[in-house]
Design a protein around this ligand. Sequence first.
Ligand SMILES: Cc1cc2nc3c(=O)[nH]c(=O)nc-3n(C[C@H](O)[C@H](O)[C@H](O)COP(=O)(O)OP(=O)(O)OC[C@H]3O[C@@H](n4cnc5c(N)ncnc54)[C@H](O)[C@@H]3O)c2cc1C
Length: 309
Amino acid sequence: MLRSSLLWLSEQPGIFNFIKNNSLAGKFASRFVAGETLETAIEAVKKSNAAGLTATLDLLGESVSTREEAEQSREEVVEILDRIHAEGLDANVSIKPTQMGLDVDEEFCRANLRKLMEVAKKYDTFVRLDMENATYTDRTLEIFEELAADYGDLVGAVIQTCLYRSPADIEKLVKTRSRVRLVKGAYAEPESVAYPKKQDVDDAYCNLTDVLLERGNYPAMATHDEVMIEHAKRFAKAKNISPDRFEFQMLYGVRRDLQTQLRSEGYNVRVYVPYGTQWYPYLMRRLAERPANIAFIVGNVIKESVRGR
Ligand SMILES: Cc1cc2nc3c(=O)[nH]c(=O)nc-3n(C[C@H](O)[C@H](O)[C@H](O)COP(=O)(O)OP(=O)(O)OC[C@H]3O[C@@H](n4cnc5c(N)ncnc54)[C@H](O)[C@@H]3O)c2cc1C
C-alpha cells in the first residue's frame, strides 16, 4: 500500500514543483542523488573509482515532453561523455529513452540516441539504455537491437525480472551476445504483465542470473539483495565462471558496506550515480523500494540539523 502510494507520488510532477525549493527535501534527496550538477557527480565518481568501484552516470530527467528538452538532455549527456573521457574516469553512462524524446517522437528519439552513440564510439565508452515502465519495453528493446546492430558491445539493455516476458527477452538477448543488466523492476506494473508477489520476482531473478552468468556477455546483476548476490556468487563458483566475466551494480547511497565488501572479495562493482535537478521521481522510487528509508533519512536530516546549530 505504502509502496504503491509512493510510486503514484513519483508520477505527480505537480508535487515536485511544490517541494523542489524546499531545503529539507533537497537534503532528503542528497542521500540518493549525487548533487544537482555534473561537477558534484564527477566528484562522487572519483570517490567511487578511488575505492576500486566503477560507476555509471545518470542525468536525472525522464518523460521529457518537448523536442527542446530532449535536445538539451542529449547535449548534457554529450558533456558527461566528454568529461568521462577528459578526466579518465572509470565510468560509463545510463540513459532513459523518454529523456531522449521517446514520448515526443520515436524517430526523433532514435536520432538523438544515435548522435550520443557516435560520441560514445569516439571515446569507446559504454552506454546503457535504462528500462522504464512496461509500456516502453517493446520500443526500448527494438531501439536497443537497432543500436546494438551498429554499435555492438558499446550499448547495453536492462531486463526486469518482475515481467512475465523477461525469460523470452533474455533468451533473445543472450543469442545476440547482448550486454544485459538484470534488475527486479522499479515501477508499479499491472498483474497482467508482472508478478504481483515478490517471491516470484526473486525466483525469476535467480533463474535469469543463471542464464546470464552461463551464456551472457559480461552481464550486470544490479541488486542490493544479499540473497540474490549470494546466489550469483555460488552459481558462478560452481560453474567456474571467474569474477571478471560479470559485475554487480548498486545505487549511489544504497548498501555502501556491501559495495566495498564485494570489491574486497574480488568482484567488479559498479555504482549508479544519478545527478541533476529532476531528482523527484527517482527519489520516490527509492523510497518505495524501502519505505524504512523515510524514517532513516528523516532521522539523519534531523541529526545533521541539530549538529549544525
Ligand atoms: C544499478 C541499478 C540500475 C537499475 N536500473 C533500473 C532500470 O533500468 N529499470 C528499473 O526498472 N529498475 C532499475 N533498478 C532498480 C531495481 O529494479 C530495483 O527497484 C532496486 O534495485 C531494488 O531492488 P533490489 O534488487 O535491491 O531488491 P529488493 O528486494 O527491493 O531489496 C533487497 C534489499 O536491498 C536493500 N535495498 C533495496 N533497495 C534499497 C533502497 N532504495 N535503500 C536502501 N536499501 C535498499 C534492502 O536491504 C532490501 O531489503 C536499478 C537498480 C540498480 C541497483
